[in-house]
Structure formats: C-alpha cells, structure tokens
Design a protein around this ligand. Structure first.
Ligand code: GLA
Length: 771
C-alpha cells in the first residue's frame, strides 16, 4: 500500500516499509528502507543534520545536500556523491536543481510505450513530479511501483524536455537509494564464458564500487543483479537489500561508502559511450530498477525475487507452466549431423521419456562450422532432405515436440546475407570491423534489419510445427556505429530497443505459443529484460556438475529455478575433462529446467536405464523442482552444499560433496522449509554407481578374481550398477529442521547398499513428504 500524509510517503509491502518525505526546500529526502514499520515516525527515523559541516556547500542556510539522504540527486548544488543524472542543459551548464511539484498514486503497475519491457501484474504506482528551478519546463519524474505479493519495489525515472532548447543526457540512472549506515558487504555475480555468475561477496570499503557491463549485453562478466548484505547476514538470516535491472544492455551500478559512513547505491543504463539528445518536447524513460529487502538472508531475498520473476516478469502465458524435458543435439554432434542422425537421436530420446527435441546450430544455409552461413535462415536440405516441416513432423510422430536454434542478431561475412547487405553489419566507415566467433553483429537500430530478422525467422516458424526456440547471441559488440543514427551516443540503447521490438513482434505478437529460451554463449545475457520475453535462459555452456554448483548457486540469488536451463551432458566433461557421477549430474541439473545434451546412443544400457529413471523422477517432482521455494546452505563450509526445493507438500533436498576426504566427516542435513507440527517420510532418490568406478578394487568384493579392465568387468559395467545410499526414515518437521543424521559415506572399508558412495562431486537427494 502506498500512503501519503503531509508530503510524507510510505510504501508498504507485507514485510517491508520504504519511507521518504519532501523537505521544505523541495527535495525528496530518504528516511527508511527495511522491516515493515507500523507508522512513518519520520522525526525519530530521519538523519539528523543539526549543523552543517566544514568544507560543504549550503543549498539553503543550514541545509546541505551532501549530508542529506536523498531519493535522487543531480549535479552542481553541493551533493558531491556519485550522481545518477548528468545532462547538458540549453545554457551549456550541467547543474540541475529539481524541486518537487506534485504526486499521483495509480492503482496499477507502471506502463509506458517507449519500447522497454516493464514488470506487469497487480501493483500500485507512485509518480512524483519535479521541475528544474531555472528550466521550469524540464521535468524529472520518479516512478515507484509496489508489488505487494513479493515485497518488491520497482522504480524508474523519466526526463521530459518541455524547454525550447536541446538537453543532452550523458548519464541517467533508473534509481538511487541512500542508506544511513554502511556496514554491508556487496555481493555480485562475476565471470566469463563458461564461468558465469560466480559469487563475490566483499565488505564495502570507502569509495565507489562499480558493477557494470560495456559489451553491449548485460554480460557474463558482471550480471546486473547485486545485493548488499549486513555484515553477519548469511544464507539463512540477516538483512539484505538486493537490486536488479530490467535491461539487457550495458548496465552500471555503483555503491559508494561516504566519509560519513552512509551508503549510496545507484543503478541503471551504463553512461559508457552514452549520450542522448532530447529535443524540445521529447522524453527519455529509463529501464526499471528492482529492489527488495529481506531479514531472511540471501534465501529470504531470493524468495522475493523468485516470486517477482515468476509473477511479474515472464510472459503471463508461461507463468507456472511446467517446462518440458529437452534433448539438445549441440554437444553430441556440433555441426556434424544429418536427418538420419537426428531422427535416431530423437527416437532414443522418446524412449527415455524426453519431451522436446531441440535442433541446435548447423541446420541452415552453408553452416557446417562457425565460419560460414550465419544469417541465411533457409533450411539446408542436403542435411535435412524434405525440409524443416518434414523433420518436425517425423519428430512429432515419435511423440516429441520440436524446437529450433536461431542466432538472428549476427552474420558471418561468408554468408549470402552479408554479400547482399554488407552495410547491415555494424562497422565504422573507414575501419575494418573486428570479428568475434567469425561473425559480425547486425545493426538492430535499423528498421530494415529488424524487418529482415522478423520475416526470416517467421518464415521458418511458419514452415514447421516448432514449439520452442533457442535464441542465441554469440559475440560482444565492437566497432559501435549505427549508419543511420545522427548521434552515436544513442547506439547501444537503440540496439537493445531494436532487440526488444524484434522479440515482441515474433514471439509476443505472432507466435505466443512458442516457448522461447534465450541464450548468449550461455549466460551472457541472463537478465530480467530477456526474461520478459523468454521464460527460461540457457545458463552456461559449462554443464560440468561441479562447475554448475558455482554457477547456479549465483543465479539462484536473483533468478528462479524455472528460468535456469540446465542440461546433463557427457563425461569426461567437454570444458573440464572431469568425470562426475551421472547421478550428481542429474541432481544438479534437476534444480532448474532439466534437459540432456548428449548422444544417448553413446551411453551404456545401464546409463540409459538410469536416465529413464531420472526423467521419471523429475516429471514426478517437476512442479516442486521448477516452482517450489528454493533455499540453500552449506552444511559444511567448503566441503558440503545443500540445495532444497519445497512445495506441493514435499521437500527435495540434495547434498553435494564439493571435495571428498578420507574418513569423511559425518553429515547432518537440515531441511530448511520443514514445517513444525507435521510428520514426514524421508527417502533417498534411488541412485546407482558404476561398477567401473571401483577400478581394481572390484576384485576385493567379488568371490571370483576379475581383472579391472577385463571383458567381464567391462560387460558388467555396461549392464549393471551398484546400489547407492538407500535411506528411509519417518520423523517430525522439527527433527528435519534441526537436522537428521545421514548414512556414512564410503571410506574404503567395504560396500553396503546403505552406504553413500558420493566421492568427489557426488551427491544424494532426499525426498521428504508430508504424511
Ligand atoms: C553457443 C550456445 C551453445 C550452442 C552454440 C551453437 O555457444 O551457448 O549452446 O547453441 O552456440 O553454435
């Protein structure tokens, strides 16, 4: 609920309050953000500024902006902390001085037709209007939409140029928050290709700490999401304020600890290479900045974000819809496939319970490697005689749905598209453009390029029964230049607006029944902007189960499992050469949207049996895996991690070995979402261990002496497996909360079916069901 009383504003959600007031001087002064308060006790809560300090500049007598907590700031009137707004005014100066004019409360979520996606659904919006003191027709508008059901506030800002001169925006961030204390750490998601979303959590020292992207996309280097954690807060408890941005392009967030130990946070579009000219009568709208507070540590905050994404970000049609189990052919074949191969793979997939076959890169033009053909969206009938329609039909007849890969934003110089329209690729006149993965980016700021993409993709989508699209984007932007733009400072933002237009036209307007999975070399564009169009995102090209713990752990802080696409692939693993048990590969991938990315034909009959059981298990618990309440913790720092999903009357709790040591420590597992007063049955997910895993040790447990690499053991390894960790209990919710003792792990002294044989990177998954 949003309240106003005497120019005091209070934005309440079930568990949080956000309070500010308009000062007599006309600024919006931030008062409080935190646990829900019954009343806006502003006199008690506001920061006291009894005297002005030496070395400061007065705004009015005894009132200094530099030591006032503000809702938004500018330049040139004494606030020297980092500013969210920098613009050149008609008189050439950079000083802005916005003072309060009016407010309005609307009983709906914020809307604007500027081309950006916005959070949708039931909400309430406060709109505050400020006018510059000199240019009275230059208006700054601050919008706050409150989404009550998930304790989330979404903000953005608008600048309206009602003057008769030109205003050039050089920096315009979506939101700013000033907090009275600074004892926080800053948690960000950092990485690169195949190493996305690794958590860094570092205490915030004095100065400005920046988390940003300049690659043209939200990037795998630094995800736009970040959170600040009270020192002492952890996964399960403590105050956390987390932020994110509904934007897929260059982003920027800065956290500044000031000399007075206050904290300023501001985030939005990156000012890097950005300027935007506002002619008289024009306006600029920033993307939405998301924020949420929780006292429940990272898990509490993540719960708010997961609910927010599931209810207000992904397209309504896909909300709470169970996502299919896919087989994607990429890691199995790369570019080397033909129709027969694909149909054989699909047939095996159908037999194992897969629901959707996704044909990845290589089906079009002369695309037999990543050096040619990108941009030519015409089915290669040499590889796929009969065309896409016939392939989709044959796959559908096996009982599978069919999905297809595209990468429409890029082009190989060796392609018909480039030969016909070299000027459609981004390049600066007089400079040779640099290639990334042998390709150039198309200039999505141009209308005819967007039309080409919409038409070319639409033609294929209409030619076959395609129910899923993987939309990829495999390079960073360089040589930035829009050949039809008069101001190159607008390029990056206009590119993203162009992308949103294309996605809207193809998927929201023409093919809303298609499930879109976006991808950018894995998670190079994993953000709320893309999630407004694609309910799920390919998280990383690295599917190694141990690596995925690091990657998915980061993603879960901000994004729900239903949006995180996870595949089981072959071992030794492509990126790491690591051998992880098949059971663990599944038990990591199951905490998201499950798929497989391997050739079932290359597996042993025993492995195929196990995969069939895995898929059955996943389908049985899919609603909980995709839409349950996620939580995680480290039962033993550095050596055990647990991920859990609760919902539909059950808790799915996995415990992973990060590293394994001889005489392993005993394991206690707490079921974080167990409910007091209830009784549960607890059982392990049935899982097997390869006989071959025991190598030469096998001879010690068998009555006959067999050679570890002999034909008999190899045969046994292909057709049989050993039972791993069978446990079964009945207990109270209270017992689950305080932690049950798990079976011992293998310690070199013998085998029993009750023993957990996890080893390095192994895992066990428990299902606790309410009785
Ligand atoms: C990117 C994607 C992969 C695959 C290839 C195809 O790397 O992340 O999943 O689709 O492109 O070229």
């Amino acid at each position: 609920m949003i309240w106003e009383n005497n120019r005091i504003f209070k934005l309440d959600t079930p568990n949080t309050s956000y309070i500010f007031r308009i000062t007599p001087q006309g600024q919006a002064e931030h008062i409080f953000y935190g646990k829900r308060l019954p009343s806006a006790d502003v006199d008690a809560l506001c920061m006291k500024n009894n005297i002005t300090l030496g070395g400061t500049v007065d705004y009015t007598s005894n009132y200094c902006l530099d030591s006032t907590l503000l809702e938004y700031s500018g330049i040139g009137k004494g606030d020297y902390r980092h500013t969210p707004l920098e613009c050149r005014l008609p008189d050439g100066s950079f000083t802005t001085d916005f003072v309060y004019e009016s407010y309005e409360i609307l009983d709906k979520a914020y809307e604007n037709d500027c081309g950006l996606p916005f959070a949708k659904g039931k909400g309430q919006t406060l709109r505050l209007v400020f006018a510059d003191k000199k240019y009275k027709d230059l208006h700054l508008i601050l919008n706050y939409t409150v989404f009550f059901n998930c304790d989330v506030i979404v903000r953005n800002a608008e600048l309206h140029n009602g003057t008769d001169g030109q205003v050039t925006i050089r920096k315009f961030l979506s939101a700013m928050v000033d907090l009275p204390e600074a004892d926080y750490s800053l948690l960000t998601l950092n990485g690169s290709w195949a190493k996305e979303a690794h958590i860094q959590d570092a205490p915030i020292g004095y100065g400005i700490h920046v988390n940003d992207s300049t690659v043209g996309a939200s990037s795998n280097r630094h995800n736009p999401a970040f959170l600040i954690k009270r020192i002492g807060a952890d996964e399960r408890q403590g105050e956390v304020i987390g932020c994110n941005l509904l934007y897929s392009g260059n982003h920027y967030s800065a956290v500044e600890k000031t000399s007075q130990d206050t904290l300023r946070i501001a985030w939005g579009i990156n000012p890097h290479c950005f300027d935007w000219v506002l002619q008289p009568g024009e306006a600029f709208v920033t993307p939405q900045a998301v924020m949420s507070f929780s006292e429940g540590g990272i898990n509490g905050f993540a719960a708010n974000m997961h609910d927010f994404v599931n209810a207000h970000i992904i397209p309504q049609r896909w909300q709470r819809v169970e996502r299919p189990v896919v087989l994607n052919n990429w890691e199995a074949t790369f570019f080397d496939f033909n129709k027969q191969k694909i149909l054989t793979m699909a047939k095996q997939a159908a037999q194992l319970g897969v629901e959707m076959f996704v044909l990845d890169d290589g089906w079009f033009g002369s695309r037999n490697s990543d050096r040619a053909g990108l941009g030519d969206w015409v089915t290669n009938t040499k590889k796929l005689p009969g065309g896409m329609g016939a392939l989709a039909k044959a796959i559908n007849e096996m009982g599978l749905r069919f999905g297809l890969w595209f990468e429409p934003e890029c082009v190989n110089p060796d392609s018909d598209l480039y030969r016909a329209h070299p000027d459609w690729a981004i390049a600066i006149p007089g400079r040779d453009p640099s290639l990334g993965r042998n390709q150039l980016t198309l200039d999505l700021t141009r209308g005819e390029v967007r039309d080409y993409i919409v038409d070319a993709v639409d033609k294929i989508l209409c030619s076959a029964n395609i129910e899923y699209v993987k939309w990829d984007y495999n390079r960073h932007i360089s040589d930035t230049f829009g050949s039809t733009l008069s101001n190159q400072g607008e390029f990056f933002h206009r590119y993203i607006l162009g992308l949103y237009e294309v996605l809207r036209r193809i998927f929201a307007e023409k093919h809303p029944h298609i499930l879109l999975e976006s991808c950018s070399s894995g998670g190079n564009r994993f953000d709320l902007g893309m999630l407004c169009f694609s309910p799920q995102i390919w998280t990383s090209d690295d599917t190694d189960a141990r690596e995925r713990l690091d990657i998915q752990r980061g993603m879960y802080c901000f994004y729900p499992p239903s949006s995180i696409s996870c595949h089981v692939s072959m071992c030794p693993h492509q990126q790491t050469l690591r051998n992880t048990p098949l059971g663990a590969r599944f038990q990591v991938a199951a905490f998201g949207v499950l798929g497989y990315e391997l050739d079932f034909g290359e597996l042993t009959p025993e492995e195929r049996r196990q995969i069939k059981d895995q898929i059955l298990f996943y389908k049985e618990h899919r609603r909980t895996f995709q839409y349950g309440r996620f939580s995680r913790y480290f039962p033993k720092p550095n050596s055990r991690e647990s991920w859990q999903m609760a919902g539909e009357g059950k808790i799915l709790a996995a415990i992973y070995n990060l590293t394994y040591h001889a005489i392993p420590a005993r394991d206690t597992l707490r079921f974080l979402a167990a409910q007091s007063g209830k009784r549960y049955s607890v059982a392990t997910m049935e899982q097997k261990q390869r006989i071959g895993r025991f190598g030469g040790l096998i001879k010690h447990v068998l009555p006959v002496k067999l050679k570890a690499d002999g034909a008999v053991v190899r045969f046994a390894d292909r057709h049989f497996a050993m039972t791993d960790g069978k446990e079964c209990y009945e207990c109270s919710g209270e017992a689950l909360q305080s932690g049950i003792q798990l079976a011992m792990q293998y310690s070199g002294t013998g085998y029993s079916p009750d023993l957990r044989i996890s080893g390095d990177w192994g895992s066990t998954l428990y299902v606790a069901e309410e009785l």
